[in-house]
Design a protein around this ligand. Structure first.
Ligand code: F6R
Length: 603
């Protein structure tokens, strides 16, 4: 959500130094974009609501510059309009900003008294005016201005700053919003994350809160908030940047679903050998309670984790959305493990929940995709999934791997609680090795999903039902469908329907039922019969050979019956692909659904 980039170096085309880098951040979701670049000794600004292509249409192709900043905005304060877009320039200061300035109204009224007027509805213009005001008080030292600025601001920010009196230098700082510095040869960069610098360099530095950075063509200086110069660790990007290409698929989402067998293999490989597994997994001996905290699909993965851990490892697991957890009264102690799940590792509410648990001295474990992200760095123990870059806003491959990681944790819990032997553990790990082939078979079965999509794409309400783990799978199926196709859908515990919601079922209402859990399938069948009797059109996703009488379903998709861990993983694929096909038939913007962002860095 909101992305910033900045470049200082050789004189090169601003398309290359700013716009291309900005496009790498499109995945974060945005509704407007803009750039500021230095030309003829002055700062020039172009900003437009809408896609980056709108911005490009307003920029002459041949402009070259040695310094600039750029931004994708996801509106928080004020509509998505040209005027509210970043960069903002007030007096002698130009900025791009990611984050939220919480006390901006108070600052704004003080600045109005000092004679400032405001064009936009944004908190960012206020931050910019404050920098300009402090600059007037402290004319010569831009680092001092930023240091003082920090003492006035409540809230989160990652800022790229250009001062009119120093057009060879780019300044940056951050608090609670991500910022990295790319170190190149005769060129240096700032960005919200590493995907936006890999065209130039693989070397980067992660910035911590309140640090201030001064970047010129040949030098990058890092300071703490007392303006003492500091040295920082340099990291290297080790993933393949080609990941960001659609590779011939119509959409990133489809490409990413097709990558699922490969990324599953990559993630599992590190744990296949039982001795490696035992070394890499944390010791879970001491815990008697687990809290899983996450948002959206990551929370749905957590729900699957809950069902399997409670059943197999005999441990109580609470799953909570992070935006609730961070503010609620939580009952935990030194025997509780708090697991934070996040693809991006930058989700604001999940980070806040992590910090809450840490502040209370509770052990934390992260399941994260993006290496060195905030959650990955701050948890006590990190388990990385290896999904690679996920560009489509709707998660698919990362979600699948989050479930895989929870299955692995469940095995470790069972081992640590003396519920399975080392030999049994090795056997179960090797069983999982077969999953990618089954995933592949399902993904290839494309026609089945488009046939079902044709039956449901004109509906406006769809229900998902299941019990236990199948309800958790339905929750994710429902979210996937609604977020990319804009069809209203809801997931229900199958037995709960008749306590109200069944009144919505009438002739031809579409109901997608999921049955992978053999222990309770007969109960779910009864619930399916109840909706069928009220006219529902039922699409059943189930496992081979479990049910012989299919009279109660209008459509059936079967996945192989392998074991209780692999079956749910397989059931996820049809749901992802049906959602994709439905969104395609409805001509939706599949990779960038309206109002959504890949990384939700505001609360
Ligand atoms: C839905 C989706 C979101 C994310 C959620 C958490 O397809 O992608 O619901 O799962 O915003 O994001 P992360 O995992 O980055 O914390």
């Amino acid at each position: 959500m909101c992305g910033i980039v900045g470049y200082v170096g050789k004189k090169i085309s601003i398309q290359k130094s700013l716009i291309d880098n900005l496009k790498a951040l499109e995945y974060r979701g945005y509704d407007s974009s803009g750039i500021a670049y230095v030309l003829d000794n002055k700062v020039n600004i172009v900003k437009k609501a809408g896609r980056i292509s709108n911005l490009e249409e307003n920029i002459k192709e041949d402009i070259v510059s040695n310094l600039g900043i750029a931004h994708t905005r996801w509106a928080t304060h004020g509509d998505a309009t040209d005027i509210n877009s970043h960069p903002h320039k007030v007096g002698k200061v130009t900025i791009v900003h990611n984050g939220i300035i919480e006390n901006y109204l108070e600052l704004k009224s003080k600045l109005i008294k000092e004679g400032y007027t405001f064009q936009s509805a944004t908190d960012t213009e206020v931050a910019c005016a404050l920098l300009d005001y402090l600059k007037k008080q402290n004319n010569n030292n831009n680092l001092e201005v930023i240091k003082e600025f920090q003492t006035y601001i409540e809230g989160s920010y990652a800022l790229g700053i250009i001062f009119d009196d120093d057009l060879e230098t780019l300044y940056a700082t951050k608090n609670d919003s991500p910022l990295i510095i790319g170190l190149g040869k005769e060129e240096n960069l700032i960005a919200s994350d590493v995907s936006a610098i890999t065209n130039f360099t693989k070397k980067y530095v992660i910035i911590d809160n309140k640090e201030i950075i001064k970047l010129s063509k040949d030098k990058v200086l890092f300071y703490n908030n007392k303006l003492q110069e500091i040295t920082k660790d340099i990291s290297e990007v080790n993933w393949n940047i080609d990941n960001q290409d659609k590779c011939g698929y119509d959409h990133y989402m489809l490409k990413e679903i097709n990558e699922e067998p490969l990324v599953f293999r990559n993630t599992l490989n590190d744990f296949l050998n039982v001795d490696d597994f035992l070394t890499k997994m944390p010791n879970l001996n001491k815990y008697n309670k687990i809290h899983i905290v996450a948002c959206g699909s990551a929370m749905h993965a957590g729900l699957i984790g809950k069902y399997i851990m409670e059943n197999d490892a005999n441990i109580e697991v609470l799953v909570e959305v992070a935006s609730e957890y961070r503010y609620k009264k939580v009952f935990y102690d030194e025997k509780t493990l708090v697991i934070l799940i996040s693809q991006s590792g930058e989700t604001a509410d999940t980070i806040a929940s992590l910090r809450k648990a840490k502040a209370d001295g509770i052990d934390t474990l992260g399941i994260v995709n993006v290496v060195s992200s905030t959650i990955a760095r701050e948890v006590d123990h990190i388990l990385y999934i290896k999904a690679g870059v996920e560009v489509a806003v709707a998660t698919t491959k990362a979600y699948l791997l989050q479930v895989l990681m929870l299955i692995l944790l469940n095995l470790k819990l069972q081992y640590d609680r003396d519920l399975i032997t080392k030999d049994k553990l090795q056997e179960l790990l090797l069983d999982l090795k077969k999953t990618p082939n089954y995933l592949q078979e399902l993904i290839t079965d494309e026609k089945k999903y488009s046939a079902i999509a044709k039956k449901i794409y004109q509906d406006e309400d769809i229900f998902f039902i299941g019990r236990g783990i199948d309800y958790a799978i339905g929750m994710e199926g429902s979210l996937k469908l609604k977020e990319i196709s804009y069809i209203h859908s809801e997931a229900y515990q199958a037995g709960e329907l008749k306590h109200g919601t069944i009144s919505l079922i009438s002739d031809k209402t579409k109901v997608i039922a999921i049955i992978t859990d053999k222990d309770i399938y007969l109960k779910t069948i009864s619930n399916i019969k109840e909706v069928k009797a009220r006219g529902a059109y039922v699409i059943l996703i189930t496992i081979d050979d479990l049910i012989n009488d299919f009279e109660f379903a209008n459509e059936i998709i079967k996945v192989k019956d392998i074991n209780k861990y692999i079956n749910p993983l397989l059931a996820i694929i049809p749901l992802q692909l049906i959602s994709y096909e439905v969104a395609k038939l409805r001509n939706c913007d599949i990779d960038k659904p309206r109002n959504l962002a890949k990384s939700v860095t505001v609360e």
